[in-house]
Design a protein around this ligand. Sequence first.
Ligand SMILES: [Fe+2]
Ligand SMILES: [Fe+2]
Length: 151
Amino acid sequence: MTNQEKQYFLDILKEVRDGENSRFVTSKQYKHHGKTSVYKHSLNVAYMSYKLAKRWNLNVDYRALLRGALLHDYFLYDWHVGELRRPLHGFYHPGKALENADKDFDLNETERDIIKKHMFPLTMYVPRHKESWIVCMVDKWTAAIETMKRR
Ligand SMILES: [Fe+2]
Ligand SMILES: [Fe+2]
């Protein structure tokens, strides 16, 4: 990626992280896959999604792609602890992430679609936009690598 493209990634990250109502940094305290925090995982997914779209020269909304990817797991709890949520986390968290993100950010339709549908096909919601398909695929791949790194 060019320096300009990298700078764009950092600008969007800053916007999401330092937004007036943002709780994005709190995701640093929640472990996700292996030793990777939700914060780091979200950055990994956003960066890889962006890189792929750039590499393939896709005609997508890059701002929405990055913001949606950064917020796709904005569920803000530790899914490894606690009662009923844990086994159902896979089904439950996209809705929770969207609810939180809607509260803290002004999202567009593509960003909402990315967050809500990133667990397809586990959840039945079929991604509607190219941006959502990219994040949905990259998320699974990234999660697998993060989980393997644990060993
Ligand atoms: Fe997720
Ligand atoms: Fe994820």
